[in-house]
Ligand binder design. Structure first.
Ligand SMILES: Cc1ncc(COP(=O)(O)O)c(C=O)c1O
Length: 408
């Protein structure tokens, strides 16, 4: 176990040490690197509080974490090796201690968000099919449920591959098996031969979690090649803690890559998505032309601030595994309480018991009340079918009680 709760002092020391381990634009001769620290007129480097603020210090020093640092211990940009080492440790912490990967078996990087991490996976699998099987764009499809995030459509469009959106059952929100069989058979007839399947470790609107084995079995029955990516952008920092026995991690051989978003449940600054993939796959997204970057580039985004990795690392170390588990349990308990109140009032809803999202059937609810509490609707173009409450740390029992009173 790499992940443990650290004291504030230990966290501060480690981050300051890491920043010191980077080359300094002030004291080292750096003549050819186009990056720099932040503008000194706007961002004070000499403010007293910075000596106690490791994240802000890293932000102001502006280390560039371009590339993928887990691929080699010393091959990527050596100017910022100090903070890059924290990113490498972070990838191990999350993939091994949260997502049950074997030691050092995962590559990855801190992506700008869940959208990029999902598209990075699709990019890698598209290139894999093209390079290993001589597939053309037209022969490749990404398959996902209709409750999936729109980044799947964005990725398919950018990568010029087919997008197969599969219906879900209205009440269970699970992929409809017959629709999946039907769409795959039709795809086969159209000449599509290679597939990637996105499985949600919680959808945005419902908190529903796809059944990996059941959906994969349909591809097996039809003898269709498929690679599986998990979208844990929303659920990645809660579901593994609320449901220890889950199948949505690297202990499951069907799972090849995973997206997480620390800027959702982990409450990190924006820009803290995570892309994780088993070793041996990152090279399918190599940009060989990135010759001026030491260690080349494998990511979509290119340059990115090392402060983002530091922020995630600091949050995880502050809470430790037990602290974070308890924090997530408190949210699940509050969601349980809210659901019991809805049951008493006969209000119908969808809820995965391991998630903190409660999505109520709009039928019978006053839309204006839902809007006034800033609930999220499944559809803003017509009459919504569902309204969602997401029980995050800012959602207090009092506000839920007031909402319940107003809808009763
Ligand atoms: C399930 C899921 N996947 C992907 C994303 C995209 O994440 P981002 O907005 O960080 O790009 C979201 C965002 O809401 C999401 O909920």
């Amino acid at each position: 176990m790499i992940w443990e709760k650290l004291s504030k002092e230990a966290i501060n020391n480690r981050v300051f040490e890491a920043v010191k381990g980077n080359k300094s634009y002030d004291s080292d001769n750096i003549l050819g690197i186009p990056g720099t620290y932040l503008d000194t007129e706007q961002f004070y480097r000499d403010a007293d509080f910075l000596s106690n603020a490791p994240y802000l210090t890293t932000l102001i020093n502006n280390p560039n974490h371009i590339g993928c640092h887990t691929l080699t211990d010393d091959g990527s940009e050596d100017l910022f090796r100090g903070t890059q080492k924290i990113e490498i440790e972070l990838i191990r912490m999350v993939s091994e201690d949260i997502l049950k990967a074997d030691e050092k078996s995962i590559d990855g990087y801190i992506a700008p968000g869940g959208t990029e991490a999902n598209i990075q996976a699709m990019w890698i699998y598209r290139n894999y099919y093209m390079q290993e099987f001589g597939a053309s764009h037209d022969e490749i499809a990404v398959v996902f449920s209709s409750d999936s995030h729109y980044s799947m459509h964005k990725g398919a469009n950018l990568l010029n591959i087919h997008a197969l959106e599969i219906d879900v059952n209205f009440d269970t929100r699970q992929i409809n098996r017959v629709s999946l069989q039907h769409q795959l058979n039709r795809a086969k007839e159209q000449g599509i031969k290679y597939f990637m399947l996105i499985q949600n470790m919680s959808t945005t609107m419902f908190g529903s979690v796809d059944e990996i084995a059941e959906n994969h079995a349909v591809f097996e029955e039809l003898s269709l090649p498929v690679k599986i990516h998990l979208d844990g952008a929303f659920g990645g920092f809660i579901y593994p803690f609320s449901h220890a026995e889950n199948q949505h991690n690297f202990a499951n051989p069907l799972v090849n890559s995973i997206t997480l978003d620390a800027h959702k449940m982990l409450m990190a600054p924006y820009g803290t998505g995570m892309f994780l993939i088993r070793k041996g796959w990152m090279h399918y997204s190599t940009t060989k032309e990135a010759q001026y970057v030491q260690g080349l580039d494998f990511t979509i985004c290119g340059s990115r601030s090392g402060a983002n990795a530091i922020a995630i690392w600091m949050i995880l170390q502050t809470h430790g595994p037990q602290g974070w588990k308890q924090k997530m349990k408190d949210l699940i308990d509050l969601a349980d309480w809210f659901c019991a109140e809805l049951d008493q009032r006969g209000i119908e809803y969808f809820r995965n018991p391991y998630m903190n999202i409660v999505t109520m059937k709009a039928n019978g609810l006053d839309d204006e009340v839902c809007k006034s509490y800033r609930l999220v609707a499944d559809d803003y173009t017509g009459k919504p079918s569902w309204w969602k409450v997401v029980v995050m740390p800012h959602v207090k029992k009092n506000s839920l009680m007031a909402f319940l009173k107003d809808i009763s």
